[in-house]
Design a protein around this ligand. Structure first.
Ligand SMILES: *Cc1c(COP(=O)(O)O)cnc(C)c1O
Length: 394
């Protein structure tokens, strides 16, 4: 088997990259549930510990199953290095801890995952790293916010829950001009639909918990980028400080990657059909989905993504009562804040994921009382329409 998959198509890499068969000749990837590894001699142990000879030492550092997942995901994102983490949040933490120091500054989109805001403000802030939040697609605001000590720009696109799209190439050019690094949370698109590194981003972070697994089973994450920043710095933080991925979870994600491309196409097709149908419902005021011609960044999304993903949000004319009626009217959708699952999920952001914001902060973020977010799964789309219609039509 080859180790270099760069010449092969995405779908081939998704199934094949990262596997190194053992002498047992297993067809599927094995799981290595071992905390440590043994050495043939004292000299061999010394050579591994000193780094003179490559090889496994301890699973906080490297593990063959985790390594297989990292190699496969790196092959998909087109990255030199990938480091797997215990969760998506651990991936973002690892980037912050490995690449930032006291006195440095971050500019982040206002529309990022809630815990990411808390991580930057309450935790990294405690160690003297300040973060400025700017509106996702206000490029003048990004530029104004950058200071001489700005080290990272951090963006998530499309955003949650309003599916706003950021121009990655434009932010990457800005980062380059200003001498800082662009970090993209690629959780919503996955490499099947969007390749931020190819658009000029320096680092990609993932919550593998979402579409990479795609079946709602495990918590995990990953950081991708070049050998210096990720292979050395981020890996160095993880091997010492410990929020690494377990081999069991790595195996689940590894198998998830094999169907990623098929699933993302199917999620996107179902989401588009549902978004178009929602736009025609009299009770619906507005639908947010980058695949709709009515989306204000539809053209950018077409240019930058090869599909529009599975997340749709829509606003009911009747406010919270109407939104809760739709949520409570469903029998197929799961009422949960998770996303990126074969099972469709439905959330009322104003009273759940964004419930701790003040009404003013919610208004600023565009989270109205009538807003519903759905993560469109792989059930039959006519059944999903029927399920939403139960609460829409009353
Ligand atoms: C879920 C999520 C995270 C955090 O990932 P966990 O695996 O839950 O820690 C980060 N970013 C985005 C966009 C997410 O949706």
């Amino acid at each position: 088997m080859t180790d270099d998959w760069s010449d092969w198509a995405f779908d081939t890499r998704a199934v094949r990259a990262g596997q190194h068969r053992t002498p047992e000749g297993e067809h599927a990837e094995p799981i290595f549930p071992t905390s440590s590894f043994v050495f043939a001699s004292a000299a061999e142990a010394a050579a591994r510990f000193s780094g003179a000879r490559p090889g496994n030492i301890y699973s906080r550092f490297t593990n063959p199953t985790v390594r297989a997942f990292e190699e496969r995901l790196a092959a998909l994102e087109g990255a030199e290095s990938c480091v797997a983490t215990a969760s998506g949040m651990a991936a973002i933490l690892a980037v912050g801890m490995a690449l930032l120091k006291h006195g440095e500054h971050v500019v982040a989109s206002r529309s990022i995952f809630g815990p990411s805001v808390i991580l930057f403000n309450n935790y990294l802030g405690r160690f003297g790293v300040e973060t400025t939040f700017v509106p996702l697609s206000d490029y003048a605001a990004w530029e104004r916010a950058i200071r001489p000590n700005t080290r990272l720009l951090f963006v998530e696109t499309p955003s949650n829950p309003l599916t706003e799209v950021a121009d990655i190439a434009r932010l990457a050019a800005l980062a380059r001009t200003k001498g800082c690094l662009l970090v993209v949370d690629n959780c919503f698109c996955t490499p099947a639909l969007q390749l931020p590194l190819r658009l000029g981003a320096d680092i990609v972070v993932h919550s593998a918990t979402k579409y990479l697994d795609g079946q709602g089973r495990c918590i995990g994450g990953a950081v991708l980028g070049n050998a210096e920043l990720v292979g050395k710095e981020v890996f160095g933080f993880l091997r010492t400080c410990g929020p690494t991925m377990s081999p069991f979870n790595a195996w689940v994600f590894l198998k998830g990657l094999e169907t990623l491309s098929l699933r993302m196409k199917a999620h996107s097709a179902n989401a588009l059909a549902l978004a178009q149908w929602l736009e025609q419902q009299p009770a619906v005021k507005r639908v947010h989905y980058p695949g709709l011609a009515s989306h204000s960044q539809h053209e950018l999304a077409r240019r930058q993504q090869s599909g529009f993903g599975g997340i749709v949000s829509f606003e009911l004319k009747g406010g919270q009562d109407a939104a809760w009626r739709v949520v409570d009217g469903t029998r197929v959708f799961s009422i949960t804040a998770n996303l990126g699952d074969t099972k469709s999920t439905i959330t009322h952001p104003a009273t759940t994921t964004h419930g701790r914001l003040t009404p003013e902060q919610r208004a600023e973020a565009g989270i109205t009382d009538g807003l519903i977010r759905i993560s469109v799964g792989l059930e039959d789309v006519e059944d999903l329409k029927r399920d939403l219609a139960a609460g829409l039509l009353v």
